[in-house]
Ligand binder design. Structure first.
Ligand SMILES: Nc1ncnc2c1ncn2[C@@H]1O[C@H](COP(=O)(O)OP(=O)(O)OP(=O)(O)O)[C@@H](O)[C@H]1O
Length: 230
């Protein structure tokens, strides 16, 4: 029997996803397989339109592949009905978006409180989480009072509020300068390595790949391991 430590955080086997109609039909995912274990941070790179967002959508139970298996922490998310998939996402998967995707009117603390409430989590500790991403001193600030890097840190804290097994991260450094980009990806890597969260990060930013355990490359819907140049 498998134990929690040996259950992959994410396991995709032979996923195929076609999008569009007629001549515009494309293989967004073409026989994609991927295993990510707890504590790993994996980067996915590749040209625009190669299928990276589709991979995150399928991994995050936002889209069902036409065929193949997607297990998150042992649960086959392709078998879940829509409402069950939503519930599963709220409790097991964290999402981090390009610019933090924060709500303009809410302070950092309230961003986390709202996320916890939506997931029915009464034990979340927003203050401790903001402290863990170096944002305790900005707890009462709204997004427009924060720098891009600080917004991204709050976005990461919010994604962690429900203690997810899997963190799916889409272009977290797109709006950041070089120093903030390194800080944010270093932070993600630390969460993976210290808290055992599995992180899958889509990025165009080759500068930050050094912080990742593995780099995968998508080309025309296919996923391959990429060997980093020394
Ligand atoms: N809703 C849709 N209908 C039709 N085709 C789509 C749809 N969404 C994406 N596609 C196509 O599927 C392929 C994969 O798109 P996807 O967004 O996953 O790529 P990507 O690597 O994330 O691109 P980018 O880096 O530009 O965000 C592309 O050819 C895209 O044009």
């Amino acid at each position: 029997m498998s134990t929690p430590s040996t259950t992959p955080a994410l396991e995709i086997v032979g996923a195929r996803l076609e999008l569009g109609d007629g001549d515009a039909r494309v293989h967004a995912l073409d026989d994609v397989s991927l295993r990510v274990d707890p504590g790993e941070i994996v980067a996915v790179v590749g040209p625009s339109g190669s299928g990276k967002s589709s991979l995150l959508a399928v991994a995050g139970a936002l889209a069902k592949p036409d065929s193949g298996i997607v297990r998150v922490h042992g649960t086959d998310v392709t078998a879940l009905a829509k409402s069950a998939a939503t519930r599963f996402r709220l409790t097991t998967i964290g999402f981090v978006f390009q610019s933090g995707n924060l709500i303009a009117a809410l302070t950092a603390t309230d961003q986390l409180r709202l996320a916890a409430r939506l997931a029915g989590n009464r034990t979340a500790d927003p203050a401790a989480l903001l402290g863990s991403v170096g944002m305790a001193h900005r707890a009462d600030h709204r997004p427009d009072q924060l720098s891009g890097g600080e917004r991204q840190r709050v976005g990461i804290a919010r994604a962690l509020v429900n203690d997810p097994s899997l963190l799916l991260v889409d272009e977290p450094t797109a709006a950041l300068d070089r120093a903030s980009s390194h800080d944010v990806v270093r932070l993600l890597a630390a969460r993976a390595h210290e808290a055992g969260v599995a992180v899958v990060m889509v990025t165009h930013d080759h500068d930050v790949l050094e912080h990742c355990d593995r780099v995968l490359e998508m080309t025309d819907g296919r996923l391959g391991e990429r060997v980093l140049a020394a």
